[in-house]
Design a protein around this ligand. Sequence first.
Ligand code: NAD
Length: 481
Amino acid sequence: MKKIQNFVNGEYTAPFAKHYLDNYNPATGEVYSLVPDSDEKDVEIAMQYAQATFPKWASTSVEVRSRILLKISELIEKNLDKFAEAESIDTGKPISLARQMDIPRAATNFRFFATAIQHYATAAHATDHIAINYTLRQPLGVVVCISPWNLPLYLFTWKIAPAIAAGNCVIAKPSETTPMTAYLLGEICQEAGLPAGVLNILHGLGNKVGTALVAHPEVKAISFTGSTATGATIAKLTAPQFKKISLEMGGKNPNIIFADCDYDKMLETTLRSSFANQGQICLCGSRILVESSLYERFKADFVAHTRQLQVGDPAFPVTQQGAIVSSAHFQKIMSYIDLAQQEGGKILCGGEAIKFSGRCAGGWFIAPTIIENLPIDCRTNQEEIFGPVVSIMPFDTEADALKYANGVRYGLSATIWTQNTARAHRLAAQIQAGVVWVNCWLLRDLRTPFGGMKDSGIGREGGWEALNFFTEAKNVCIKYD
Ligand code: NAD
């Protein structure tokens, strides 16, 4: 059976204790590889290499760093098929989605920061004709990047690329549930000529190697994407050490649909924003608010289109809905479907597990599920489910839509569908979310700040925000006389 290894100081290495965890294929329910169960000893070893490498990497010219990052980007693209297959097997997502979204976006992350770092500039301020102030931006040292299972390579590289572009050395930990593409990235880094020790990848459990990484006193910054509960643990652990942290966490995103929207575009995109990656994208809209006059038409069409989604083997190119990432997550989603019914929800479609025969007989599949009639403040409408389950509800006025949209502890993203631009601007300004899409979804410009408000996050990633996060600003004030 394939044994995934850590990537430390430019080499694939076994975890110090030689312990491994099972890695499952969600489409079959079978163990298909082993993943290192790393611990604090592995953190210590990786830290020594990363620290030893840091001065050299920090003083490597931007031109050279940029070329290496561009090469990594090219090599990911060259190996698109290999990465897409690995990602699909590891996560259960349709291979078409991995090919079209996850892997190309991972390559783009490296390309974007390879070029962004060349244009990264700081300001100078002349002070009353007596002095000049200028800002120096310097890399931090060894930083930690921790990512979740839903978009494994995409989110992993979204953190690593700006960190190393800015001259830091990185110890990165992918999710133990989906380690395969991070493992393959090591080979690419070797081939691209990334100096040993710049990127170190440790696999293993969050509450073991993850905790050891976060708590290590020499770690200067932590960029984390995952659940709000884990983010809170990291915040608590790191606060007394005054580490820089960026936390990208959960969401319960509203999708607000007005009767004057471009109906066909809205319907097509809402299908995607509800169920792409089996609803396991932090930016999926899980609460669909529809203006009352459009509600019945939308409900009928949305249910009809959802029923037509092809659920099946993620390896088939025609599959639109693959497997749920793990048995534990499958159970969690199913328990929310039960809860929704106890809370008065009416299942309009889906609501059950799907069993296949043949290769996928043991896989974890759930039919895309639409629920209506749920009170706005019930648990199903308040808590993150992170699966193919959406709740739909009507609203009467713009003020009601805004109240419902903002009435959760989360504030990651929101989508507004309307042709009325004044209304779009008005609502966008008032919605408590870090990202607001108007008449689109998941359209990303990597120069823009990305992150959540309220319990969805602190800090922003993307563009200069990421490069600012991974550098320390120092002001130098020189008096003229
Ligand atoms: P998770 O919090 O369980 O795990 C995320 C990562 O943190 C994993 O690598 C895990 O091993 C590690 N981890 C767990 N406990 C840790 C600890 N105590 N110390 C250090 N590391 C620890 O999240 P998940 O289940 O992998 O991912 C799903 C969640 O991620 C959802 O809540 C989703 O909304 C969120 N998410 C957010 C964004 C965003 O941009 N805001 C993007 C994708 C996913």
